[in-house]
Write a protein that binds this ligand. Structure first.
Ligand code: NA7
Length: 556
């Protein structure tokens, strides 16, 4: 995998002191936020725990890691020059190329001078007297900032479930979300992969090609649609780049902010033959647009069953052993857990060196010195891959000791589950913004337009505060409560809350079950625009304790 060289000299100034804004995280969100801060003329520091920019794409280097949104969509649109110049090589970009892209962005927009790598933010404490945040880092620095923007990512805090005996294991173990940079050679190794979400599904076919034997420990079978990945079609690229702005604008009008080629028809009002043809076409096309086959797939169980049965039939056709095919066939709602996009996943189970081990009715009992035990049987392994996902959406935020007004921690404020206004701000935490936070469309969209929309909204909000002499902004409790109710109401009208997904926090023992993403990109954007147009309706805007801060804010 191509390694990106980072010139750490460019980021070597000693942090500390006072700035207008601190940004946490150097993924897509943090980099663009920093660029907008520069545009506002504000001083900003960006802290990043990793040794390079990239966020998710820095950490997730497992074999086969690639985006499940097509390259021409999974990229920034804020700069027409950037989107015209950058050339993606594949229909779905591999992790290494996305990482190169983000490094290019960091250079092209002169961001590195304000980025502090290898620096984890440990605490952010709000001081009501000064109306400022103090940010404390793992390098022992303390920075005072007017604004604190959490660009910590939705899927950044890895989840390794507690397995008895893990420390006894004599072989090697890896988490897909924190993969060694030098790569891993599984040649002649007996490998166990635990987990069959996107990370498992992408890595399993490649690990199977190397390992002497691969055991896949499956708790819940997953729906996955073939990617049909390949070199990016230059004609498609030319056509989109000829009118990129229009392409982007159209996609923003889609439910998930991504081109799913929506069919407005109902699956239930379509003949079985037409339905079959529609599903077949989408299977052949590949990827997430499978979910756009019919308008009621995510709203009606009966409609969804038709898509589910179509995929099960495909599995039966691909997998030679009927018993294994039935074990791989999911029984849940298609799309309820994130739909996966694969290259050769189901076919991998036709290989003689691959064994599927069902752990749904009988969990992994323990990890032993030489492998792991299920149903009393020990599977001898040289390596274990945890493809067990993330403490999604809230994990990275709650790892930081964030304390707002009255010293109240975010952990306390969110004890019953995250509560935000628009997913971007929380009562009691003035001037703290969460990019693609819980309560915003985030993971149920193409992340990049969602990130850009949040960053631009936050930048506009800060400019408004500067222009009008406001020192602090925070939501009202009434607006936040109403928003949380609305997020739940919208989700409740869909099939999403019907399975144990990470959208609900159900993958982490003890995590409150709250449906976190907001469903519907266009209405969400409309709501955010309305809020801003009405002078930030639903927010309290507070003037400074003295004139000084207003001067500071408006100096850009
Ligand atoms: P996911 O989608 O959360 O998948 C994690 C997988 O790990 C899933 O199959 C889990 O089964 C399985 N898992 C978790 N804990 C256990 C235990 N204790 N025993 C057995 N199996 C377990 O994470 P990914 O990294 O694949 O993907 C995350 C997102 O990244 C993805 O949705 C895309 O948006 C990109 P379960 O389903 O919980 O039964």
């Amino acid at each position: 995998m191509a390694e990106v060289q980072v010139n750490s000299m460019e980021t070597s100034q000693k942090p500390g002191g006072n700035v207008d804004a601190v940004i946490v995280g150097a993924g897509f969100a943090g980099l663009y936020m920093l660029h907008r801060m520069h545009g506002l003329g504000l001083s900003a520091r960006l802290f990043e725990a990793g040794s390079s920019v990239g966020g998710t794409w820095f950490w997730n280097r497992y074999p086969g890691a690639r985006c499940d949104v097509e390259s021409l969509e999974y990229s920034y649109q804020f700069s027409e020059e950037l989107q015209q110049e950058w050339v993606w090589t594949e229909r779905y970009a591999p992790q290494s190329e996305i990482l190169q892209y983000l490094n290019h962005v960091a250079d092209r927009f002169a961001l590195r001078r304000d980025i502090y790598l290898n620096t984890r933010v440990q605490a952010a404490i709000f001081d009501e007297a000064t109306q400022r945040w103090t940010i404390e880092t793992s390098t022992g620095d303390r920075v005072s900032a007017k604004f604190c923007v959490m660009a910590t990512g939705c899927l950044s805090s890895t989840n390794t479930p507690h397995f008895t005996g893990l420390e006894r294991f004599a072989g090697s173990s890896y988490h897909t979300g924190n993969w060694p940079h030098e790569g891993v050679d599984f040649t002649d190794k007996r490998v166990g992969v635990i987990g069959t979400g996107s990370s498992g599904i992408q890595s399993i076919p490649l690990i199977a090609q190397q390992a002497s034997h691969l055991f896949v420990f499956q708790r819940t079978p997953t729906y996955t649609i073939p990617a049909h990945n390949g070199p990016l079609d230059s004609e498609v690229e030319r056509a989109i780049k000829a009118n990129y702005a229009n392409f982007r604008e159209q996609n923003k009008q889609m439910l998930f902010g991504v081109d799913f080629q929506y069919n407005e028809a109902s699956a239930l009002e379509t003949t079985p033959e037409e339905r079959q043809r529609e599903y077949e076409e989408r299977w052949t096309y590949g990827g997430l647009p499978f979910l756009g086959a019919f308008a009621d797939l995510l709203f009606s169980k009966e409609a969804n069953d038709t898509a589910a049965e179509f995929v099960r039939e495909k599995i039966r056709a691909i997998v030679h052993d009927p018993t294994i095919a039935e074990q791989l066939a999911p029984r849940t709602v298609v799309g309820c857990k994130r739909l996966c996009v694969d290259t050769g996943y189901y076919d991998t189970f036709n290989r003689s060196n691959v064994t599927l081990v069902e752990v749904s009715d009988s969990p992994i009992e323990e990890i032993t010195e030489h492998g792991l035990r299920v149903k009393g049987k020990e599977y001898e392994l040289d390596a274990i891959v945890f493809a067990t996902g993330f403490d999604a959406m809230t994990g990275s935020l709650l790892k930081i000791d964030i304390r707002g007004k009255g010293g109240r921690s975010l952990k306390e404020a969110w004890a019953e589950g995250p509560r935000t206004y628009l997913g971007v701000a929380t009562v009691g935490f003035p001037n703290l913004f969460t990019i693609t936070g819980p309560g915003s469309p985030s993971v149920l969209t193409n992340m990049i337009p969602s990130i850009e929309q949040h960053v631009e909204w936050i930048a506009d909000c800060i400019r408004y505060m500067c222009d009008h002499g406001f020192a602090c902004i925070e939501p009202t409790l009434a607006a936040q409560d109403a928003w949380v109710d609305h997020v739940n109401e919208v989700a409740g009208a869909t099939l999403y809350p019907t399975c144990n997904s990470w959208y609900l926090g159900a993958n982490i023992p003890g995590k409150p079950r709250v449906f976190m993403p907001y469903i519907g990109f266009p209405p969400y954007v409309q709501k955010c625009n309305d809020v801003a147009a009405k002078g930030y309706a639903g927010f309290l805007l507070i003037r400074g304790h003295d004139g000084e801060r207003e001067v500071e804010l408006s100096r850009g």
